[in-house]
Design a binder for this molecule. Structure first.
Ligand code: GLY
Length: 394
């Protein structure tokens, strides 16, 4: 009797084909609106961009514009504006976006796409501002100064010089969107050409035979040979760090959008298959922070990785028509739009989702609300809405 009762309870708790009862849906929608308002009412500060929240010490981590995550906050406001049409979000987005401008001259990092494209680039979609275009072009020129013609790659990092000569991380694929767009705006093909060379070099060297990706490759600038294939944020050099797989899937899907080069599409599909078929991908679609983390299932999840892949697979689906792709995106949104992942109303911080994981190497931001988890969640919502509006499918 007790067993039957337990079985009924389990069945009733199981998500049922993404169908959420009307009352529960309303309460989640209200909660999301409240969460969005936390971003709107957060005090604007040109020097301190909210990056994450540590619930143990109840502290918001704030960073300057040079941090790789600075552009996401403005990007989140632009995207909430797109979803709600409430112009207050657009006004706030414009203000936060402006504070990123000085990064257009920062040649000390490869993170230009994350910072400038996710703020000014998002802004361009909703505000036809010529100055935003100029900032994107200037940023593309600065980023191009990190390109090494002989190696065929943009250098990622300048730190750890005692260890690495020319490190390139898979995350760097994400910066190519800024280069492709800069060519579209300026008609200067040099940015597009650099993006293609970087993508080709990544395609040649960064993937394992099973189509997972290494995190960091270090090149010898004299010989152009790969000196080492290692990790910086994963559990070990040969592990599959979840967000890295996400950057690869998203990066090659996006590169296909601009080039129509079939080999990019094939790589995106192959790495997506590795990710979707992995035995350690949980039922609700939100991966552990590393597929090879030693204590699965008792390891932190990484909502950001799930959201990056969910967003990428909406786009990938538009090229492949593979139902597995769109089903994953919908599953992730179904999981994230629940009290398991949305921060509760009493947590008054400018973030939407809990349970992203940042940087294991520093033991930092593991299982916390992080600004880029929210960014790709919002982007997935927008992409799914567009898909619904254009094809009528739910
Ligand atoms: N480098 C960006 C990341 O942590 O994913």
């Amino acid at each position: 009797m007790l067993f039957i009762g337990f079985a009924i309870l389990l069945t009733s708790c199981k998500p049922n084909n993404n169908k959420v009862p009307e009352k529960e849906k309303k309460s989640i929608d209200n909660l999301l609106t409240e969460r969005y308002q936390n971003l709107l009412h957060y005090p604007i500060d040109s020097l301190a961009f909210p990056r994450s929240y540590n619930p143990t010490v109840k502290t918001i981590k704030k960073v300057p514009s040079k941090d790789w995550t600075s552009g996401f906050y403005a990007g989140n406001l632009w995207q909430i504006y797109a979803l709600t049409k409430n112009t207050a979000y657009k006004t706030a987005a414009k203000k936060w976006t402006r504070f990123i401008e000085k990064e257009k001259l920062n040649d000390k990092t490869h993170d230009m796409g994350f910072k400038v494209y996710n703020s000014f680039g998002q802004g361009l979609k909703y505000d036809n501002n010529k100055n935003y275009e100029e900032i994107i072009i200037k940023s593309a020129q600065t980023l191009s100064s990190r390109f090494n013609k002989k190696i065929g790659s943009i250098r990622s990092w300048d730190f750890n010089k005692h260890k690495w000569k020319f490190p390139v991380i898979i995350d760097n694929m994400m910066n190519l969107e800024l280069l492709f767009e800069a060519t579209k705006i300026s008609k200067d093909s040099s940015f597009h050409k650099i993006a293609i060379q970087h993508a080709n070099t990544t395609l040649k060297n960064h993937f394992r035979p099973n189509n997972s990706t290494w995190h960091v490759l270090d090149y010898n600038p004299e010989t152009t040979n790969v000196r080492m294939k290692v990790t910086h944020q994963g559990i070990h050099d040969n592990s599959s760090w979840a967000r890295g797989q996400g950057w690869a899937i998203y990066g090659f899907t996006m590169a296909y959008r601009y080039t129509k080069d079939i080999k990019y599409l094939q790589q995106a599909q192959a790495t997506a298959a590795f990710f979707l078929n992995h035995k350690n991908l949980p039922e609700d679609g939100i991966p552990y922070w590393d597929f090879d983390a030693p204590n699965i299932p008792n390891e932190p999840r990484d909502v950001s990785a799930g959201a990056i892949v969910a967003s990428a697979l909406v786009e990938l689906y538009s090229y492949t028509n593979n139902k597995k792709h769109i089903d994953y995106s919908k599953k992730v949104i179904h999981s994230l739009k629940s009290k398991n992942y949305i921060l509760d109303a009493s947590t008054k911080v400018p973030f939407i989702l809990n349970h992203s994981s940042g940087d294991w190497s520093k033991r930092a931001e593991m299982d916390e609300p992080i600004v880029y988890g929210d960014y790709y969640f919002l982007e997935t919502l927008i992409r799914l809405k567009k898909l619904r509006d254009t094809t009528g499918q739910n």
